[in-house]
Write a protein that binds this ligand. Structure first.
Ligand code: GRF
Length: 187
């Protein structure tokens, strides 16, 4: 078995990407093991997914960002976490946090970065009558959705595409892209 890297996933919501990473991490050759899940939303459905898979999880409010980051750094250290995945985590991490953690942090974003950083990507993509959209896994820096791109997947936007259909289509793609991006980082 490969020596799996202790990993934490930060979430804020549904956790469908978390689920995909957990399932993939069960594979003998997958490079990481999810040891911890942290949510800044105590009602995040993703917390139930973590519990169902017997993965320790924590909720910390991020109303006070400094305190949130301090709590997270304590847990990351305590659990010997060496890799951090953001999966639908709706908060920008500070430079100080990124430096203090000191290991790789990655994120998934539902657009073809560097286009459409930030929120409401699908709405803006449709408004601009784009022909393509997709998703991107990238390293996290203090600048929102701007770190080095690891992998991207592209889809064609249909003529009758709605925000909802586009979101579903891209989310399905994310569930494939995130695990293969993690493999590519540690290959
Ligand atoms: C995904 O579209 C992700 O790219 C974005 O937020 C959504 C989270 O979905 N950052 P889930 O919580 O993983 O289901």
């Amino acid at each position: 078995m490969v020596n799996k890297i202790n990993t934490c996933v930060f979430i804020s919501g549904n956790g469908s990407n978390l689920k995909s990473i957990i399932i993939n991490s069960r594979d003998y050759n997958f490079p990481i093991n999810i040891r911890l899940v942290i949510s800044n939303n105590k009602n995040a459905a993703g917390l139930k997914i973590a519990k169902k898979h017997s993965i320790p999880c924590k909720f910390f409010s991020s109303k006070n960002k400094k305190l949130f980051e301090r709590n997270c750094l304590f847990e990351l250290k305590k659990n010997n976490i060496k890799f951090l995945c953001l999966a639908g985590f709706m908060k920008v991490l500070s430079n100080n946090f990124i430096k203090s953690f000191g290991s790789k942090i990655v994120n998934i974003h539902p657009s073809l970065l560097p286009n459409y950083k930030g929120l409401n990507t699908h709405k803006r993509v449709l408004k601009n009558k784009e022909k393509y959209s997709g998703c991107t896994v990238h390293f996290v820096t203090p600048k929102l959705d701007s770190g080095k791109i690891i992998l991207q997947k592209k889809i064609i936007i249909d003529r009758n595409e709605t925000e909802n259909s586009l979101q579903k289509k891209i989310l399905r793609l994310e569930h494939i892209l995130y695990p293969i991006s993690i493999i590519s980082i540690f290959r």
